[in-house]
Design a protein around this ligand. Structure first.
Ligand SMILES: Cc1cn([C@H]2C[C@H](O)[C@@H](COP(=O)(O)OP(=O)(O)O[C@H]3O[C@H](C)C(=O)[C@H](O)[C@H]3O)O2)c(=O)[nH]c1=O
Length: 183
């Protein structure tokens, strides 16, 4: 089996450890295989691939697309390292408002599947971090939404909190309570 799939305490989140084939030249690994992922229950079709590059201390998120534009994401770090966070924002979920964080890096090659309905964000732990991810819905800015990174109710434990850089948009994202009002 080229992938080791591990579940978390939040239903739907999947940690994926690819099998690394190392040899004298370097290594080879598969980053996605439909048949294995469908067997694991990750049946959504991926329709868009994204790539972001950041220096250390960049925090992107917490973002999601609303309604029918909700995106599932299969994320990984090609170079560098991130602390990646998924927040359960699925109305009616037993873990609504709960978050899960994991370090993804070019060292550990770990991938992370985040189903539609979750907020997603990460903070980069190293310079020259290249973050790649597959999405199950195309970009739909009309349905872009998010929650401020340091919302007290979500209480996400970010490993870096000082000297961070943000987009202007991320600095004025709504609170979790405001987000809930809109549901
Ligand atoms: C997401 C996206 C953005 N853009 C354009 C819109 C902006 O002009 C520019 C930068 O977008 P933004 O500042 O929203 O990029 P991030 O802050 O990295 O946003 C992402 O960060 C978190 C971690 C996510 O999980 C989402 O995929 C996404 O929200 O790229 C596009 O053209 N297509 C896209 O799919």
């Amino acid at each position: 089996m080229p992938f080791n799939f591990k579940r978390t305490e939040i239903e739907g989140l999947v940690i994926i450890e690819p099998r690394v084939f190392a040899d004298g030249r370097g290594f080879f690994l598969e980053t996605y295989k439909k048949s294995d992922f469908v067997k694991e229950g990750i049946t959504e079709e991926f329709v868009q691939d994204n790539h972001s590059f950041s220096c250390k201390g960049v925090l992107r998120g917490v973002h999601l697309q609303k309604g029918a534009s909700a995106q599932g994401k299969l994320v990984r770090c090609l170079a560098g390292a991130v602390w990646d966070v998924a927040v359960d924002l699925r109305p009616g979920s037993a873990t609504f408002g709960k978050w899960f964080g994991i370090e993804l890096s070019s060292e550990n090659n770990i991938m992370f599947y985040i189903p539609p309905g979750f907020g997603h964000g990460f903070v980069t732990l190293e310079d020259n971090t290249h973050f790649l991810y597959k999405c199950t819905h195309e970009y739909d800015p009309k349905n872009d939404s998010g929650i401020i990174w340091n919302d007290a109710d979500l209480a996400i434990e970010w490993p870096l909190t000082d000297g961070l850089s943000f987009s202007d948009k991320d600095l004025v994202l709504q609170s979790f309570s405001k987000f809930k009002e809109g549901l």
